[in-house]
Design a protein around this ligand. Sequence first.
Ligand code: CU
Length: 496
Amino acid sequence: MKYTKHILAAVAVGLTATATQVVAQSDGQSKAKAILAEPLKGEEVAILTHAPNVPPPITRKHRTKVIVNLEVTEVVKKMADGVDYTFWTFGGSVPGKFMRVREGDFVEFHLANHPSSKMPHNIDLHAVTGPGGGAAASFTAPGHESVFSFTALNPGLFVYHCATAPVGMHIANGMYGLILVEPKEGLPKVDKEFYVMQGDFYTKGKYGEAGLQPFSMEKAIREDADYVVFNGAVGSLTGDNALQATVGDTVRLFVGNGGPNLVSSFHVIGEIFDKVYTEGGITSPPNKNVQTTLVPAGGATVVEFALDTEGTFILVDHSIFRAFNKGAIGMLKATGGDKGINLKVYSGKTNDSVYQPEGGAIQSMPENIKARPAAKNKEERIARGKTTYMTICSACHQPTGLGIPFAFPPLAKSDYLNADKNRAISTVINGLVGEVVVNGKKFNSVMPKLEFSDEDVANVLTYVYSEWGNNGSEVTPDEVKAVRAKGGKAAAGGGH
Ligand SMILES: [Cu+2]
């Protein structure tokens, strides 16, 4: 709306305006006029929430003055296991805190910039009708607080972000979030609401390279992202951090994309969106029965679906290498409650048989972790091994080490693993095919040959042995070398 108005003003000043443009202009003006004519009653301080939480729905039936207090801080936080990053934040984490106001509310915005910040910051809210979305008015030096006000004229789900130069860098460091302007009549009731926001990150080191990683302006300009993540870090919505719901729930996701560069092909594996409010336009009729929806950089969408059966549903950017290799994965766990698994909706696996056409079943997976200097001690070995495990092995054996029944054997308390160190080394460097029995359960599948350095194999196995009740053995690069020297055929499982 704000752009339309500027363009129309220019048209009015310049040439003659067409009939439809005149109508659009007067519609916009009369809408603002009607909203401002309603009395402003009372005053309240906005409840702001960290992702994935959303403030409660607004039940108020009138406009009010809403005070928003938001503090900018520059903080070092985890980007991935073993990888830290200096995030610039609205409210202490990425994405920034979620704000929820009602159409017509008069928002008095207080932006504070913590004295420990090194940079000035500001805020451009896409929900604001006014120059820069509030950017110039909110420009705030470290240790200062700025105040400006606006009336939320348009309902919808809007991105906000820092717009201090260099704008791209402030956004790339995590300075974005969502503000929901509820329509007067409110939103339809749902059981669960969550806040998910994607962002792309650019680091000096490659994906997974350990340590405090500085921002890479060069990669950001090339749009060559190392990390593409939901809610500010790899794993912020997986495992114990998964979104939780119950079978029978209706779920609404407020999905934003901070960018700075990439457009998200947002998809939930195993679900179909019953409704999508494209581009956050919550007062337009929704698209129905949608698989994947685009969320532009600096844009948002609202999706809704009902949970009809139990299971873990995986949130991804369906530009799929981002999901499996750059971190854009989240989880929504639906548990049974009193309704449980609905086998008519989804049966689960009912049969598994071996299918092995001629030709080698063993394939190689390329190494994607850069070789690092040798670990100095067991502790360092474990720390580095963990990064390798979480980026490579966990895709199959799971972050918990528990594997997946019928498909991937457990490494947690694995009798197969703990019985024979050299056999475990061989499994990683040569792959494994044929039947194996792990903790009394048969597996007959294929583990790919992994092309790692001796050092990386030693580290990842030392990590695996140190976790989940395993026997704590250390594996050294020399031991790996010795097994490699014996020659490399895929170990036959030979399930004893
Ligand atoms: Cu900033």
